[in-house]
Design a protein around this ligand. Structure first.
Ligand code: SF4
Length: 252
């Protein structure tokens, strides 16, 4: 009798199991021989295709998120080890937050940059210092009244824009940390944070000037401090947004 190679045995076993389980059709068209063998050895789950130059590899977002801890410290520890999206492969470290855990205000930005990736803290460097200065003008400080975090906890390579599946994969961390910090209001800085928190895909200019809502929390939208450093003309608009925020915090 002719010897059958182990890879052919694996394919035969997969097909027999699928028939026994009443599984639907299996389409192998377009797969290379190696991919079909890998599919069989993985028990019918699609094997990852080799990455082509210039493409963004898929994120493992199908991996279910375990039940999130109810303790802030445990949530933070779990997030620091997160590998739910492709950014875990290129980050230096997870940037979870800075500031007071019992803050009245949470500032939410877009994603860590190079300085944040290196230090593990959000909003460091010139933009962070400028943000601190502007918040101090309305008696707010990350020492005692402000908590700061980002929509994404890991730096996108080259500071590229966050991708929709990365935002979706990271959203549970943000939701839970906001629930545990439980501030009186949120300040979304920059377009991505504004659109993520309001759920409205509108330009930042259209979202400013109104109070939005995120899971029952009031949200004020404004420019990212890095954008203010590039365009000093927007500082007055930022100041107006801070006055609106102040009114929200004061319960006006
Ligand atoms: S960006 Fe968010 S979801 Fe992706 S690896 Fe980092 S913590 Fe996890």
């Amino acid at each position: 009798m002719k010897d059958r190679r182990p890879d052919a045995v694996a394919v035969a076993r997969l097909l027999r199991q699928r028939v026994e389980m009443g599984a639907g059709p299996l389409f192998l068209e377009g797969l290379s021989r190696e991919e079909a063998i890998a599919l069989a050895e993985a028990g019918g789950r699609p094997a990852p295709r080799p990455e082509r130059p210039g493409t963004v590899p898929p994120s493992p977002t199908a991996r279910p998120l375990p039940v999130l801890p109810e303790s802030y410290e445990r949530l933070r520890d779990a997030a620091l080890a997160c590998t739910r999206c492709r950014l875990s492969e290129t980050r230096t470290q997870v940037v979870f937050s800075d500031g007071a855990v019992d803050a009245r205000l949470v500032v939410v930005g877009e994603a860590p940059g190079a300085n944040e990736d290196a230090t593990g803290l959000p909003f460091v460097g010139a933009a962070g210092q400028f943000l601190d200065l502007l918040l101090a003008s309305v008696d707010l400080s990350r020492r005692d009244t402000v908590y700061i975090c980002n929509v994404l906890k890991c730096r996108p390579p080259g500071n590229r824009n966050p991708l929709p599946d990365e935002i979706e994969a990271c959203a549970p961390w943000l939701e839970k940390q906001l629930e545990l910090v439980s501030p009186r209001a949120l300040l979304a800085v920059g377009t991505f944070a504004a659109q993520s928190l309001t759920g409205k895909q509108q330009p930042l200019g259209r979202l400013r000037g109104s109070v939005h809502a995120y899971r029952g929390l009031p949200v004020v939208v404004t420019y990212h401090p890095a954008a203010l450093l590039r365009n000093a003309g927007w500082t007055r608009a930022f100041w107006d947004d801070l006055q609106l925020l102040r009114e929200v915090l004061d319960g006006a």
